[in-house]
Ligand binder design. Structure first.
Ligand code: C2E
Ligand code: CA
Ligand code: CA
Length: 803
């Protein structure tokens, strides 16, 4: 059977097989029309627990088929049968087969959930094993030495009881051996785990003459009635305490953030001690009596992370408390740590039997209480995360966490196949929400999920962020890329709202050695490259983007130092009077000159700095340079011509900008006319805020030049509305001057500008012919390579001297 096989079989609502394709028959040779699918596929007597139909879950589900030793992904799609009844198409693909499974930790009878539990246990535990309930075979997930005898016993016959026996005998302090043996006897552990999903046993280990405090956590993998295996995780409590303290130092809020803990304790003094001890790390609720505690618990169970319960209380004591919550699935999911003064082994045992997950003894040791609380909370929360966070509630797609987890698996098992990542991001989703309402917003999100599912069969699809999706596709499923533009168009065209714009970023044939999040980043990078592009919807990632990304980060990182180091230098491009052909002014243009002499042009960093706001500082820096040059000339009694500076819109909007620039001019003592300000002409210019700001600049005494007129967003209305003195015709217009229509546009623009009392300067003039025509069309000034390129001050100074 090919590893990439994917099959489809159709069932009716009662799970009867209606038909199937050849690939499905290859994967499941037992498939038979008319029979229950769970019978002929899995030899079960009822629908399989993983079945997507049963689970009413949309989106593929991965499970381990232990009969055929394959890891398969199965998805269900509702369809109409020939008799118009409802049915389901089951889409199955093999993610990995036995050949590959055997060399991984998933080799034996474990399923993905087990992997999940292991993942969550993380690095806190030194040794982790799982034991299969049926044959008691042991699987080592992590073994970090120290535990004497275990490895040898396992190597010999891989039997749980022998290994545990050896461990206890060779490591555990003799006083604690009996209790640990009792607790870890497999049947006893199973028994206990039908009542609670986890329990902890503490014991001491003697090593190198020193006593170490250890505990083992036992957690069932699966539901109470029929769990398949138990995970045993061993840890050293001393290092636990140290770790939590370290984390506490790093995170002033405490490791568990502000979780709520309920303290049930009748003795006032003890209650106060506990509150005092916990209040730095937790929000503490207290109850004096068992009864009261139960009431608080049922009221606030959603918010309570753990309970500290005194066993000895009058009326409703700890045992009764535990007994009463035992049968309530909601309440019993909250971990209860029992506080006891006795240290009596029977008490400890009885509590564990009733479902307490751990205990602490009086007098309390703060570090131990906190560490144990944190440990049970973490354990519980991670277990909850596993089941609850797999699917996104709204769209039914994988959540981000689930996606990251499954994508990792996918990448590992598809090592010989190309995998590609696709990200999709709704442009202006906030706007959709506010215009059409949140309900429609939700519909849009659901709709996009459905569309992606329609086009991406068998890959992984997730809702990655509020309005973002990430998909992983592989092998034959990447037909998404065929006619991609058509698909993208149709997704937008049939959407619940008009003009839905979705940007896609695609990272083809991913580098499988990278972490999944980095792979996603690359796809996002591609997507972001077209964020401001109104024509392209799909962008493919390439190495260049990564390079640009890295380069951009470098340009940003180096900025401050470059400013301090005076690496941003003004160059000067002269402006010529058309009639006299004499120099009439200049424009300051920034150049970044690195210490090694290399020059970076503004096209590379200005757009970046405009986005991240650094431009504000850069503009001011240029402005100061120009002011100080003008000042020097005045001080030397020389004539000056205006040297204009560019001001980006971000700078204009910066609070206090006008006041600051006025102050700089006044401080240097030059006339305002010596430093005209160039502002880009865009449609956005025409709004009241801009009008206000520009008027303020003019009132202060500045001259304003409208830059880049005709470059795309020009609006003639703004010519009239805003107080500009000079209109700069953009190079793109000048380039068309030899065409009839181009010449007409320029002629009329010049006439209009003159009519409004503005001068006209033509930019980017490179040829004599252009200059001649502009002269005829009555342009006032010309700037361009025809006369001069932007020059460093040393060269510009020579020209400047001649005036
Ligand atoms: P801009 O303000 O439109 O400046 C004119 C650009 O056209 C300059 O490019 C100049 O070198 C170039 N140019 C001038 N004459 C010719 C010509 O005849 N042919 C051609 N092909 N190009 C010509 P530069 O210096 O690379 O600057 C690019 C842009 O960067 C500027 O466009 C401006 O928007 C921005 N910029 C430069 N310095 C600053 C600054 O200090 N602050 C801000 N905010 N932006 C700046
Ligand atoms: Ca300019
Ligand atoms: Ca310009």
């Amino acid at each position: 059977m090919g590893r990439n096989a994917s099959g489809i079989y159709i069932i009716d609502e009662d799970y009867n097989v209606v038909s199937y394709n050849r690939t499905a028959a290859k994967i499941y040779p037992g498939l038979k029309k008319g029979e229950k699918c769970y019978k002929c596929v899995m030899n079960n007597d009822r629908p399989c627990s993983e079945c997507p139909v049963l689970n009413k879950i949309e989106g593929p589900k991965t499970y381990l088929d232990s009969v055929r030793k394959i890891l398969a992904s199965v998805d269900a799609v509702e369809t109409e049968l020939w008799n118009h009844k409802r049915g389901y198409a089951m889409v199955v693909s093999v993610v990995a087969d036995s050949e590959r499974l055997s060399d991984t930790i998933m080799g034996k009878n474990d399923d993905l959930r087990f992997l999940g539990v292991i993942n969550v246990l993380g690095s806190d535990y030194c040794n982790i094993y799982s034991v299969n309930r049926k044959d008691r075979s042991v699987q080592i997930y992590r073994f970090r030495g120290h535990a004497m005898g275990v490895k040898e016993a396992l190597d010999r016959n891989n039997d749980y009881e022998t290994a545990v026996g050896a461990y206890i005998e060779q490591n555990v302090l003799s006083e604690d051996q009996g209790k640990l043996r009792q607790a870890l006897a497999f049947e006893n552990a199973c028994q206990r785990l039908t009542g609670a999903s986890q329990f902890t046993v503490h014991y001491r280990v003697k090593r190198d003459g020193e006593i170490h405090y250890f505990y083992v956590k036992c957690v069932r993998v699966g539901e109470a009635e029929n769990f398949e295996s138990i995970v045993f995780a061993f840890a050293n409590e001393d290092s636990d305490v140290q770790r939590y303290e370290m984390e506490g130092l790093l995170e002033p809020e405490g490791t568990a953030g502000r979780r709520k803990v309920l303290v049930v304790e009748d003795n006032e003094l003890n209650r106060e001690i506990l509150c005092e001890l916990l209040k730095k790390d937790f929000d503490v609720l207290t109850a004096e009596k068992g009864e009261e505690g139960l009431k608080l618990l049922s009221e606030y169970y959603r918010y309570i992370s753990a309970v500290l319960l005194d066993v000895c209380m009058p009326v409703c004591d700890g045992f009764e408390f535990l007994e009463r919550i035992k049968d309530d699935t909601l309440l019993s999911s909250i971990p209860v740590i029992v506080t006891t003064g006795s240290n009596k082994q029977e008490d400890e045992e009885r509590c564990l039997e009733l479902g307490a997950v751990d205990f602490v003894t009086k007098p309390y040791n703060r570090r131990i209480v906190i560490a144990r609380l944190n440990s049970v909370i973490k354990f519980r929360e991670s277990a909850a995360v596993l089941s609850a966070v797999e699917y996104d509630e709204l769209t039914g797609l994988y959540t981000k966490q689930a996606f990251l987890h499954h994508a990792k698996t996918l990448i590992r098992y598809r090592s010989n196949q190309e995998i590609s990542f696709i990200v999709a991001d709704v442009r202006n989703f906030k706007w959709i929400n506010s215009v059409y309402g949140e309900k429609t917003g939700d519909n849009v999100l659901v709709y996009i999920g459905q569309q992606l599912r329609k086009y991406i069969r068998g890959g992984l699809i997730s809702r990655y962020g509020s309005d973002q999706y990430v998909c992983a596709v592989y092998g034959e499923h990447d037909s998404f890329f065929e006619d991609i533009d058509e698909k993208v168009k149709s997704i937008s065209a049939d959407a619940p709202v008009p003009n839905l714009v979705i940007n896609y970023g695609i990272y083809c044939n991913i580098d499988k050695s990278l972490p999944v999040t980095l792979i996603c980043d690359r796809a996002f990078l591609a997507m972001k490259s077209i964020q401001d592009d109104y024509e392209r919807r799909v962008a493919f990632y390439d190495e260049e983007m990564s390079c640009k990304h890295i380069r951009d980060r470098m340009l940003e990182n180096d900025f401050e130092a470059a400013v301090a180091n005076n690496e941003f230098v003004a160059y000067f491009q002269p402006k010529y009077d058309v009639k006299t052909e004499k120099i009439a002014g200049a424009e300051a243009l920034v150049r970044w000159i690195k210490p090694d002499g290399t020059m970076i042009f503004p096209g590379e960093f200005i757009p970046l700095y405009e986005k991240d706001g650094l431009i504000v500082k850069l503009d001011e820096c240029m402005f100061r340079q120009v002011c100080s040059i003008q000042k020097q000339r005045i001080e030397h009694g020389e004539k000056i011509i205006p040297i204009s500076v560019n001001l980006s819109r971000a700078s204009l909007h910066y609070r206090g900008m006008v006041e600051k620039y006025v102050e700089i001019v006044k401080d240097t003592g030059i006339p305002f006319s010596a430093v005209p300000i160039e502002l880009t002409e865009t449609a956005a210019l025409y709004n009241t805020k801009i009008k206000e700001l520009t008027e303020k600049l003019v009132q202060a005494g500045f001259q304003l030049h409208m830059d880049d007129f005709g470059s795309g967003y020009s609006s003639l209305t703004s010519l009239d509305m805003l107080p500009f003195n000079v209109l700069k015709l953009d190079k793109s217009l000048v380039d068309f001057i030899n065409h009839d229509r181009g010449r007409q546009v320029i002629r009329h623009t010049i006439a209009l500008a003159h009519g409004l009392g503005m001068k006209v300067l033509a930019e980017g003039v490179e040829e004599k012919e252009q200059k001649e025509t502009l002269k005829k069309l009555d342009s006032d000034e010309i700037q361009g390579f025809y006369y001069s390129r932007p020059l460093p001050y040393s060269e510009f100074e020579k020209l400047y001297m001649e005036i």
